[in-house]
Design a protein around this ligand. Structure first.
Ligand code: AMP
Ligand code: FE
Ligand code: FE
Ligand code: ZN
Length: 301
């Protein structure tokens, strides 16, 4: 039935020229520190009128965010940040308005989430073996049941046990992909994932494509292949892009005919970036909504 349903979804476009739009945020359903409703409250408090909730590999925050968005009069774009990997490089693919029941996309996200559990256990073992006072149970203590697990949860446990002062310090000192404690997890190839998002009626936008502070970035040839598979946009305005990376992202988007978005990648207190730090133009979101087939918009005003 999901196939039939997909073709019946028409996303009503109801944007205003003065909409303030943040298309990338996280809640406690993955590695953010605010519950979904609190992400929406933070958005409203910051003057945003349209918000996408894009937890890593999970849609469990959509319902609570929808209720809060209806109460507060915000439009909610249901989204996912799909974990992908290419030759050991982590790639994040934002998927807007995909059918949450689509079997192909769901299977890959479940595989990633399961692999993330084993991977975190292994990272904790490596850290503990080197004398860091941390256990897998301690990592889980601070995490909502069912949340997608990630390195930020290890970082939080290291903060709680006094090893480091903030998540960011843990990433710099201990959790870097080039460091001795990093373990990769299973994730689909970005080209395959792009096709799966499209097949689920969603609109794929590559997150922070040139954020080199996070580790190695993929070559432009891969982004070209993703574009051939249906990639619609690049997230250009992002706190992890330096000036040269911003320029490059803009150039590549222009060359490949891709939309350009901007967003905060808000993680609550898990990162210093405030919600709404970067925004997306209403005309760009309108293009995204026109391509969406998997889900209606949520929230309301
Ligand atoms: P993972 O997907 O488990 O490898 O972890 C990646 C996540 O870690 C990203 O989604 C970010 O939320 C977070 N992250 C990456 N670098 C940092 C940093 N320097 N400070 C805080 N969080 C970070
Ligand atoms: Fe994250
Ligand atoms: Fe990301
Ligand atoms: Zn993100």
């Amino acid at each position: 039935m999901t196939g039939a349903r997909r073709h019946t979804v028409i996303v009503m476009v109801d944007l205003r020229g003065d909409d303030v739009i943040d298309l990338h945020t996280h809640s406690t359903c993955s590695d953010g520190t605010d519950r979904p409703a609190d992400v929406v409250r933070a958005a409203a408090g910051a003057g945003l009128t349209v918000l996408a909730l894009t937890d890593h590999d999970v849609v469990s925050g959509w319902a609570a965010a929808d209720s809060a968005a209806q109460e507060l009069g915000l439009l909610l774009v249901p989204g996912i940040e799909v974990s992908c990997a290419w030759q050991g490089i982590s790639v994040h693919l934002l998927a807007y308005l995909p059918d949450p029941a689509d079997p192909g996309l769901t299977a890959e996200m479940t595989a990633s989430r399961n692999s993330r559990e084993r991977r975190l256990e292994r990272m904790v073992e490596l850290l503990a073996a080197d004398g860091y006072p941390i256990s897998y149970e301690q990592v889980l203590e601070g995490v909502e049941p069912g949340a997608t697990l990630g390195r930020p949860h290890v970082a939080d446990a290291l903060v709680r046990s006094g090893v480091v002062g903030h998540r960011n310090d843990a990433f710099v000192e201990l959790l870097d992909p080039a460091g001795p404690y990093y373990v990769a997890h299973y994730a689909p190839d970005p080209v395959t994932a792009t096709g799966l998002v499209v097949a689920a009626g969603g609109v794929p936008v590559m997150a922070h494509p040139f954020a080199s502070s996070r580790g190695r970035v993929v070559p432009e040839t891969l982004i070209e292949q993703m574009a051939d598979a249906g990639l619609v946009g690049l997230e250009v305005d992002h706190v992890d892009h330096g000036p040269a990376e911003l320029r490059r992202a803009r150039e590549v988007a222009h060359r490949l005919g891709l939309l350009t978005t901007g967003s905060s990648d808000y993680h609550g207190t898990g990162k210093t970036v405030p919600i709404g730090a970067h925004t997306t133009a209403p005309e760009v979101l309108e293009q995204i909504l026109r391509r969406a087939r998997g889900m209606p918009l949520l929230g309301g005003r």
